[in-house]
Design a protein around this ligand. Structure first.
Ligand code: IMP
Ligand code: MG
Length: 177
């Protein structure tokens, strides 16, 4: 993609905030007495995680893991690597995996597998966005923000080539390529 690519708003910040609040209410209902461990997949989930946990007024812990699946472009390499894993055991914990987007499903599937081997008491998935049109492997989403069209999205944590993560709205890129 060339530097001509322009972001166009798909989901406005107000709409995102309302949806994060709705997800927080659903999660509170299920987790308020369970001292959950929220595990975010970096880097994409950092803004969503920050907004989500600040709406939750019960004890919880936050952890992050870093995986790489994409090269520097828009096409998944399909090879997922754990770049930085867990720093403490999750055995017996009530784990909620927090993701920015489920696209092919390969990343989430891989991470759920990796975490599952560490024997958490339970494990569920919360993703802000879901792009089902590109799924290659089935993924069960327990808490879903938005179903999104088959466009490459940036903003609110999502990047293209490490850029645009800081946009407050979720946008699609047009032009370039
Ligand atoms: P999957 O493995 O194809 O499901 O992709 C998951 C990862 O790819 C996400 O954690 C994102 O980091 C990245 N990704 C997938 N689709 C997009 C997109 O539209 N914009 C930015 N990143 C994306
Ligand atoms: Mg990413």
């Amino acid at each position: 993609m060339s530097s001509q690519a322009k972001p166009h708003i798909l989901l406005r910040r107000e709409e995102i905030a309302a949806t994060v609040a709705r997800l927080a209410a659903e999660i509170k209902q299920d987790y308020q007495d369970r001292y959950p461990l929220f595990i975010g997949i970096l880097k994409g989930s950092f803004i969503f995680m920050a907004d989500l946990v600040r709406l939750l007024d019960f004890p919880l812990e936050v952890e992050f893991i870093t995986v790489s699946s994409y090269g520097r472009g828009r096409v998944s390499s399909g090879k997922i690597k754990i770049v930085r894993g867990l720093t403490s055991p999750i055995k017996g914990r009530e784990v909620l995996l927090v993701e920015d987007i489920v696209d092919t499903g390969l990343t989430t599937g891989f991470v759920l597998d990796y975490l599952g081997k560490k024997k958490p008491a339970s494990m569920k998935l919360c993703t802000l966005t879901d792009k089902p049109s590109r799924r290659q492997t089935p993924v069960k989403i327990d808490y879903l923000g938005f179903t999104v069209p088959n466009k490459f999205l940036v903003g609110y944590g999502l990047d293209w080539d490490e850029k645009f993560r800081n946009l407050p709205d979720i946008c699609f890129l047009e032009g370039g390529d």
